[in-house]
Design a protein. Structure first.
Length: 319
């Protein structure tokens, strides 16, 4: 299959179509409109076979994850997603694989009202690069540098599941039944917290998505906001699958340092805690308070059962 036939067959005008796209796939550039009073948030992530997903990963899962990790970055900024560009490097034009991949991509585009507006296809090792864009009202974007001493630290969802799922696939952990499938699905099909990110715009001081592990990503907020933090490890939200390990130390290791959860980590002042609770209840969203910030820049204090807890694990690093 030739390049342009591939594009026409699997990607051109195959998904959600937005009114703010004046010209999409098929020309040298796409043409789009940014609404008045909105800022444009842009993010790019690359997924490489053998690094970000296993070689035998289902094509639909690869598409889902490639899309979700970008939507998660937009969520962390409080942005509403609108458009994506896709750069696809393929060792060959496997039509069955492309059919499943494009179907997985379309599912998330339809769900989040996102349009694929362009990109590129090349022959090479399997990798997927997506550039995603979204709108955020002027001066309402969430960043990593707005946290303040006294803020409470919250996380959405549960922690460490994706890392557990990866280890299950690699044979480094052992679970069965629904717990095993839950963890594997959390690794292959992460849920970007887009609606939660938008809800946090007027409530949170700072926000980041958990891609490299809780402690590594909290460290980015502490560094850019010149704060320290105390975390209560007894309050870390752990799934039933994680708890079924019956190994508290290993569960804490996953929760603190495993990547690919794509939950949101955010800070909220005492004055806004009530508003947060109300919004979470009204929209049936889940977030857990796991600690509090202080003025000791860069200092991280971990507590378990009220006692200091030493942890040497590192989050994911490419180099």
């Amino acid at each position: 299959m030739k390049e342009f036939t591939l594009i026409d067959t699997f990607f051109k005008e195959k998904g959600y179509q937005r009114k703010d796209v004046m010209l999409g796939i098929g020309d040298d550039c796409a043409l789009t409109q940014v609404p008045q009073g909105q800022w444009l948030a842009t993010t790019t992530d690359t997924l490489v076979e053998g690094v970000h997903f296993l070689p035998d990963s289902p094509a639909r899962a690869v598409a889902h994850k490639a899309m979700a990790v970008n939507l998660s970055d937009l969520a962390a900024m409080g942005a509403d997603p609108c458009w994506i560009n896709l750069s696809l490097s393929l060792p060959n034009a496997d039509e069955a694989w492309l059919g499943e991949f494009s179907a997985g991509l379309r599912e998330l585009c339809e769900y989040y009202s996102v349009q694929l507006i362009g990109g590129d296809t090349v022959r090479g090792p399997l990798s997927i690069t997506i550039t995603a864009q979204g709108f955020v009202p002027e001066n309402q974007a969430l960043t990593r540098k707005g946290a303040r001493p006294g803020d409470f630290v919250f996380v959405t969802g549960t922690l460490g599941d994706a890392g557990l799922g990866l280890d299950l696939l690699l044979g480094k952990a052992n679970l069965s039944g629904k717990d095993r499938q839950f963890a594997i699905d959390r690794h292959r099909f992460p849920t970007p917290r887009v609606s939660t990110g938008a809800m946090l715009r007027r409530i949170a001081h700072a926000c980041i998505d958990i891609s490299d592990g809780l402690l590594a990503d909290l460290g980015h907020i502490l560094k850019q906001s010149h704060c320290g933090a105390t975390l209560d490890l007894d309050k870390l939200p752990l799934s039933a699958a994680m708890q079924s390990l019956n190994d508290r130390e290993k569960a804490l290791e996953y929760a603190l340092s495993a990547g690919d959860d794509y939950e949101l980590l955010f800070t909220v002042s005492e004055e806004q805690k009530g508003n947060l609770d109300t919004v979470l209840a009204n929209y049936n969203l889940k977030a857990t308070c796991i600690g509090q910030l202080n003025g000791q820049a860069g200092k991280l204090d971990l507590r378990l059962h009220g006692e200091a807890y030493s942890f040497q694990g590192q989050g994911y690093q490419h180099f």
